[in-house]
Unconditional design. Structure first.
Length: 395
């Protein structure tokens, strides 16, 4: 398999890396949006932009700054309400644009676990324009901008977007999130004192009859014993399997990714188990992001860091691999694992290939992966463009 590799977006200044992703905003046309941010501190983007392509990503134009790191009332605001990750609801001819905002007490990024909000905008004209940005708030009495979903209170804890949403019925959307829980004293719950501790969860959005907005409800939390994963579960990804069940895979710790299934459209979930190879062997993966994507040819694919031995926490975040899910178990088909990119001779062991974007090219049906190659020259050098990898998929 010949994997294409090119520089996709270069940083505007030395010492910064570029995180970027793209997706279609139209159900009928090859119209796309890409958003990227420049960053020189972990999880603290300085500035973010969007661009539009009308020719399936060959060229990009209409660059617009959608957020910049700023101070408000003594707090540091990261991200924003504009731009975001597009999702096309082909059943209804509508497009959603999801974004997030994080507010820090100081330069300590962990303080952002107490102040995060999720926003979305809706396009009724095939992605040409988006209506007013709305904060995502769960339906029902007692929910508002402060208490915006079950168990989440702005200023005490948070819910954050995880992977990409999927459709679960003609008028329902399943949005993966992860929640930083609180204890009985209103403090962040972190039973074993890990860097963070979170649980997986989903928000189900149902279109109103006139499709003017969505009404949201939260699902059962997907919990894990902290002795199995001392940081819990985060950055969950989701897809439906051929037998009708829904599969989720979550970032955890202690060497594994963690999987669960649902038989009721994501409302309740099985116990989590380590994701394994189809021959029953251990599959090792650091604490890092991963994504599921259903290819138009039928295969359920998983993109992740898959490593040969037990990792140490977040490392190593290479190689970056793509593999097929055996949906009967579910598990990862060992013989399907293909390296997209990895560390090369002379590069530092701190290299990270993570926090990527993924989409299927509608014309070629290749899987496109976009991510920076951070720390190739050492753990203090953030300078890195966002790369674009083009992966052909056999059908």
């Amino acid at each position: 398999m010949a994997i294409g590799k090119e520089i996709w977006i270069s940083p505007s200044r030395p010492g910064y890396c570029v995180f970027g992703e793209a997706g279609y905003v139209s159900s009928k046309r090859p119209k796309m949006m890409r958003q990227w941010s420049e960053e020189a501190l972990s999880d603290q983007p300085d500035v973010g932009f969007t661009e539009i392509s009308g020719d399936n990503g060959r060229t990009w134009e209409q660059r617009r700054k959608v957020f910049s790191r700023r101070k408000e009332d003594g707090l540091i605001v990261l991200g924003g309400k504009e731009g975001g990750s597009p999702f096309v609801d082909e059943d209804n001819g509508l497009t959603l644009l999801f974004s997030g905002e994080v507010v820090l007490d100081s330069d300590d990024v962990l303080s952002g676990l107490k102040r995060r909000k999720i926003f979305y905008g809706i396009s009724h004209d095939d992605g040409d324009s988006f209506g007013p940005v709305r904060q995502l708030v769960e339906k029902g009495p007692g929910f508002d901008a402060f208490h915006f979903m079950e168990g989440v209170y702005y200023g005490l804890n948070s819910a954050s977007m995880a992977g990409k949403p999927i459709k679960i019925s003609t008028d329902e959307i399943l949005l993966p999130v992860y929640v930083a829980p609180i204890d009985e004293h209103g403090r962040l719950y972190n039973p074993l004192g890990g860097y963070t501790f979170t649980y997986g969860c989903f928000l189900i959005g149902m279109w109103k009859e006139d499709h003017s907005d969505l009404e949201w409800e939260s699902t059962q939390l997907i919990k894990i014993d902290p002795r199995l994963s001392d940081r819990g579960l985060s950055e969950i990804t989701v897809e439906r399997m051929k037998d009708g069940r829904i599969l989720t895979i979550g970032r955890g710790s202690n060497s594994y990714k963690w999987a669960a299934t649902s038989q009721d459209n994501g409302r309740t979930w099985s116990e989590v188990e380590p994701l394994r190879f189809d021959d029953g062997g251990d599959l090792f993966s650091p604490s890092s992001y991963s994504l599921l994507i259903r290819h138009s040819g039928g295969k359920l694919l998983w993109i992740a860091n898959i490593v040969p031995v037990h990792p140490q926490g977040n490392s190593p975040r290479y190689p970056l691999c793509i593999a097929e899910i055996d949906e009967s178990q579910p598990s990862v088909r060992r013989q399907s694992v293909t390296v997209i990119d990895t560390r090369h001779e002379g590069e530092d062991e701190a290299l990270q290939l993570s926090n990527f974007g993924v989409y299927e090219d509608r014309e070629t049906h290749d899987i496109v992966v976009t991510c920076p190659r951070i720390f190739a020259r050492g753990p203090k050098d953030w300078t890195a463009p966002c790369m674009k990898y083009t992966v052909p998929i056999a059908t």
